[in-house]
Design a protein around this ligand. Sequence first.
Ligand code: THU
Length: 163
Amino acid sequence: MLKRKIELEFTEYDDFNELDPADQHLVNEARRAVGHAYAPYSDFKVGAAVLLENGNIIIGSNQENAAYPSGLCAERVALFAAKSQFPDQKIIAVAIATAAGEITGEPIAPCGGCRQVFAEYGDQQPSEIVLLLAAGNLRVSRFEDARILLPGRFSWKDLKKGR
Ligand code: THU
């Protein structure tokens, strides 16, 4: 028998001004995107901003629907839009934010489905996707590699094993 341990390392910024200016800008773009959210059912508005290698920033927000599963999270809206328009561009970083004052103090936590999508795009490129998770009060958690948010994930490589 072997006990294994998975560790997750990230940096917490209590002071927004301690963040690198480029990270601050990306978080601010995600906060701007919150204003475009369509969330009449949950009333929980989320914004995301994807920075590409060419400098473009693609924003997205959560889009809900009366047929609940038809909606989509902000980060997947932004990631899919970025990858649809710029399929060959590397993703440098992604910021996710909620409306000011939402869930006071705690940076937003992406859902499992979004973590899976981050991980797969991360696998497809040579450099890591930095992830910035912002709280309503602007406390920010910074992950150097978005893939660590979903250890032991399912991947296409697993599907192809043994073929
Ligand atoms: N949501 C996001 O857009 N991103 C997250 O990281 C967490 C949750 C959305 C989905 C749904 O529209 C609402 O927040 C409440 O779950």
